[in-house]
Design a binder for this molecule. Structure first.
Ligand code: BDR
Ligand code: CA
Length: 331
């Protein structure tokens, strides 16, 4: 590592894989985690705050400020993902309640304060619905002068998860995602196409779970609750689980933080991206224009302003798995 650590703020909905992201961020020497803000998503916002404080304490980072944010999307009602993340939103691991409380300020206030106070421009890493970020950008647009870039987990070029075409974080609050895309700072989209590919093999998950060090052990327990997304082109389940061993575990949101610590591992292309806000089956879809030339719509309808986003199209899986393990096992 060369130079000073990158100042980062994570906005999350902890969340099994958000917890993996936090563990990585506090342990990577190239990152300076200055604050964490919470939003409703995988579970209700109070559950997200509790889970976030617990993870940071377990990781030995109990001094990072944490703030409570939006309890529902801008327009629609909150819709949790507890069927994936457990009743407590973080895998029901039976972890202790946190000893401390969030700061006495809401997420937008903490975001503004920490961004403007940072001696160097901050990289924002939203790994959740984008409600807090949209509220920040609309309430305090001046923060963008001290934002280096935004690397968000959300969206999909190809297949969705919340719907056939929409990824959960964007689908949960599409209007907020649309605001994010027009922030006027460089944006990287770490979407489902790369998110689902970064998977830790079962043998390494087993090693982490057996660790005597609480942070590494927690990473193992969390990964064990994140079986790799089923491959639509395969019929049979993965052999690991059938052997009675630990199954593989997807890094999920933690991959977006890897992409900040080690951008070389992610292949991106600057492409026009638009969020579908229409009611119906496309709502929440990120429409990524990969065409080589304009089509009839542009020829007849004229040019439309579209946000240009660095879209993650390929990822060096082995590189990020190694980076993750080396970092969380480092003491
Ligand atoms: C995203 O949705 C949440 O369930 C995960 O934490 C991740 O941020 C994936 O679609
Ligand atoms: Ca998340």
């Amino acid at each position: 590592m060369t130079g000073q650590p990158i100042p980062v703020i994570i906005d999350c909905d902890t969340g099994v894989d958000d917890a993996l992201a936090l563990l990585f961020a506090v342990r990577h020497p190239g990152l300076d985690l200055r604050a964490v803000t919470c939003v409703a998503g995988n579970t209700d916002v109070d559950g997200v705050v509790r889970n976030t404080l617990t993870v940071l304490e377990q990781a030995g980072a109990g001094d990072v400020p944490v703030a409570r944010g939006a309890e529902r999307p801008l327009i629609e009602a909150a819709r949790s993902a507890r069927h994936v993340h457990g009743a407590d939103g973080m895998g029901d691991l039976g972890l202790p309640a946190p000893a401390r409380r969030p700061v006495d300020a809401d997420a937008v206030t903490l975001l503004r304060r920490e961004i403007l106070a940072s001696p160097r421009p901050v990289t924002l890493i939203p790994t959740a619905p984008l409600t807090n970020i949209a509220l920040l950008l609309r309430t305090h647009p001046e923060v963008t002068w001290n934002i280096e870039r935004i690397v968000f987990m959300g969206g999909a070029v190809a297949t969705g998860n919340a719907t056939p075409v929409a990824e959960f974080n964007v689908w949960h609050d599409p209007e907020a995602a649309a605001v994010l895309l027009t922030a006027g700072v460089p944006i990287t989209m770490y979407g489902l196409d790369v998110f689902q590919r970064v998977v830790v093999p079962g043998a390494q998950v087993r090693r982490l779970r057996a660790s005597a060090e609480p942070g590494a052990r927690l990473a193992g327990e969390l990964l064990a609750h994140r079986p790799a997304a089923p491959d639509p082109d395969r019929d049979a389940p993965d052999g690991d689980a059938l052997d009675g061993g630990d199954s593989d575990g997807g890094l999920g949101d933690a991959g977006a933080v890897c992409a900040v610590a080690d951008p070389e591992g992610l292949t991106t292309r600057l492409l026009p991206v638009e969020v579908s806000l229409a009611p119906g089956p496309t709502r929440g879809q990120t429409i990524v224009d990969r065409r080589a030339r304009p089509g009839e719509a542009e020829i007849h309808g004229g040019h439309r302003e579209q946000a240009m986003v660095d879209v993650g199209l390929d990822v060096d899986v082995a590189r990020y798995v190694k980076l993750y393990l080396d970092t969380v096992e480092r003491r």
